[in-house]
Design a protein around this ligand. Structure first.
Ligand code: FAD
Length: 501
């Protein structure tokens, strides 16, 4: 490497996703005279548009894929380099790219995101969805498919199962309820009718204070079918690179070969035992397999509940693995249990002058009791922004404190066409039995859950147009003792905003 000509920058950011681009924007605005390089594997960058601060901690924005020239025009001292980083040399403060170039840095921020955690590597019948390329591949395969198996219970699986039409979907989840990453079994029960039909049902609000939901028995199945008239049209250009975001399925037709609109068979509390091809099935001594449907399929999936399904392909939607590989060799990075780069409250890794933000890193500082890391768009933006501020503060020798956005976990999204707002310890995470739940539910309209600990609100799940997010956020942040209000807190006849004015 010593004979390779090196170009030096004050700041080098790796990754053109939300975290990297936000970090670049922050640095370039704070120190306009500094040379900044953005090194990214993909040809496009991700830009945050229509940013809206909904409340103190809730934010909403759109994400667009843009040519990197847009960023270079905005920041004259920025150079965008389109190549993948293949190695990092923390001692000499330099990175080498796949096309053989070497770039030196004073401060480096790694924002290389994550990649799908696949059930098996190199199996042509197992797909992961991460970027536009993989989404297009999925669409292509789906257009010829009669039946697919979706494995996973996070946001991607939820969206996929809801959006796919004209193809039977076997959905294998390891939990007792769908959407376990985001909410509880009660919310799952509320959402499930949306898999049957998208006609909103109206009913009188029913106030429930006890958390009762019938959980399916281990290995149990549930089938849902629906006929939908709405269809999506059009297909945009695709580029590899950054993770897709909330509306990744907009503009692509997610349709199989069948006439049925939606048919979902849910298999609860099971994982994948084995995946094999039709030849392997024929030649294996496991002829005793409990095949759920006859017919010939290219691939078969055996679940831990003993059932085996044939299908056209399997979608592995079981989370992401941080993209750390190119940076590890020869360096001394501390890694968290989930494989992310360990970062402190200044977004610094364990290597000097190396920061990290977004899906690639794991926040290892002592978290606020109301915050947890989730690999989401909003957190990628917040981390990129704060990393940029920390890098600037460090070169300017200015003090900097952990940003307020890490005080309270907050997230707005859409599942099954419902607005979903999650606040704080929305699932009672880490609270043990030491918490109470208040619930209000109107079938097909709204689901409101409040988590109370020691009489104080510490989390909430709001599904539907509840308009409660700001008030609840304030109640959580104010740590007000709500014991005197009891169940009245969710009384639909009380205007809660006025109540606490
Ligand atoms: P990425 O966006 O993955 O960007 C990483 C960048 O690094 C890319 O530009 C890549 O090209 C580059 N890169 C990687 N390796 C190298 C290298 N060696 N050298 C140079 N460049 C490199 N979040 C939500 O909040 N809501 C949702 O509804 C939601 N839905 C999702 C649906 C899907 C299908 C997926 C895949 C993710 C979804 N997410 C959602 C998660 C969200 O997209 C990610 O958390 C977020 O995009 C992470 O941003 P990032 O900048 O850390 O990483």
């Amino acid at each position: 490497m010593a004979d390779k000509k090196e170009k030096r920058f004050r700041f080098v950011i790796v990754g053109g996703g939300i975290a990297g681009v936000t970090c670049v924007e922050q640095l370039s605005s704070q120190i306009p005279s500094a040379d900044v390089a953005l090194i990214t594997a993909g040809p496009h960058i991700k830009a945050v548009t229509n940013y809206k601060q909904v409340s103190k901690t809730l934010e909403e924005f759109d994400v667009e894929e843009r040519p990197s020239s847009v960023l270079e025009e905005k920041f004259p001292n920025l150079t965008v380099i389109h190549s993948a980083v293949k190695s990092l040399h923390t001692q000499s403060h330099s990175v080498e790219t796949a096309d053989g170039r070497v770039f030196g840095y004073e401060k480096l921020c790694i924002c290389s995101g994550g990649r799908p955690k696949l059930l098996t590597q190199d199996n042509p019948y197992v797909l992961g969805i991460r970027d536009t390329d993989s989404a297009q591949e999925f669409q292509k395969r789906l257009s010829k498919a009669k039946r697919i198996v979706v494995v996973g219970n996070g946001g991607i699986a939820l969206e996929l199962v809801y959006e796919v039409e004209g193809c039977e979907v076997i959905w294998a989840v390891k939990d007792k309820a769908i959407g376990n990453t985001f909410f509880d079994a009660g919310a799952a029960q509320f959402l499930i009718p949306a898999l049957v039909a998208d006609k909103p049902e109206s009913a009188a609000p029913c106030k429930r204070t006890r958390y009762t939901t019938e959980e399916p028995a281990p290995g149990a199945s549930q089938t849902f079918t629906a006929d939908r008239n709405s269809r999506r049209h059009g297909s945009g250009p695709t580029e590899a690179g950054s993770a897709l975001g909330p509306d990744w399925h907009e503009g692509i037709v997610l349709r199989g070969t069948e006439q049925v609109s939606r048919r979902v068979l849910l298999e609860y509390q099971c994982e994948v035992e084995k995946i094999f091809t039709s030849e392997e099935l024929l030649n294996s001594p496991q002829q005793t397999l409990r095949l759920e449907n006859v017919g010939s399929w290219p691939v078969y999936i055996q679940l831990t509940n003993g059932k085996t399904f044939g299908c056209d392909f399997v979608v592995s939607a079981t989370g992401v693995v941080p993209n750390t590989e190119p940076f590890l060799s020869g360096n001394n990075f501390a890694l968290a249990d989930d494989g992310g780069l360990h970062i402190d409250d200044h977004m610094m890794t364990s290597e000097p002058d190396v920061y990290a933000a977004g899906d690639v890193c794991t926040a290892c500082w002592e978290h606020s009791p109301l915050w947890q890391q989730m690999r989401l768009w909003t957190q990628a933006r917040q981390m990129g922004w704060y990393a940029g501020r920390c890098m600037a503060a460090h070169v300017l020798s200015e003090p900097i404190e952990l940003d307020f956005c890490f005080e309270l976990f907050s997230h707005i999204t859409k599942f099954f066409n419902y607005k979903v707002v999650l606040l704080g310890k929305f699932n009672g995470q880490g609270l043990g039995p030491d918490h109470e739940l208040l619930l209000r539910c109107t079938k097909g309209q709204e689901y409101v859950k409040v988590v109370l600990s020691g009489g104080r609100m510490v989390g909430a799940v709001l599904i539907g147009e509840t308009d409660l997010e700001e008030t609840f956020e304030n109640l959580i942040l104010n740590k007000m003792d709500l014991t005197p209000y009891g169940e009245e807190l969710l009384n639909p006849d009380i205007d809660i905003e006025d109540y606490f004015d």
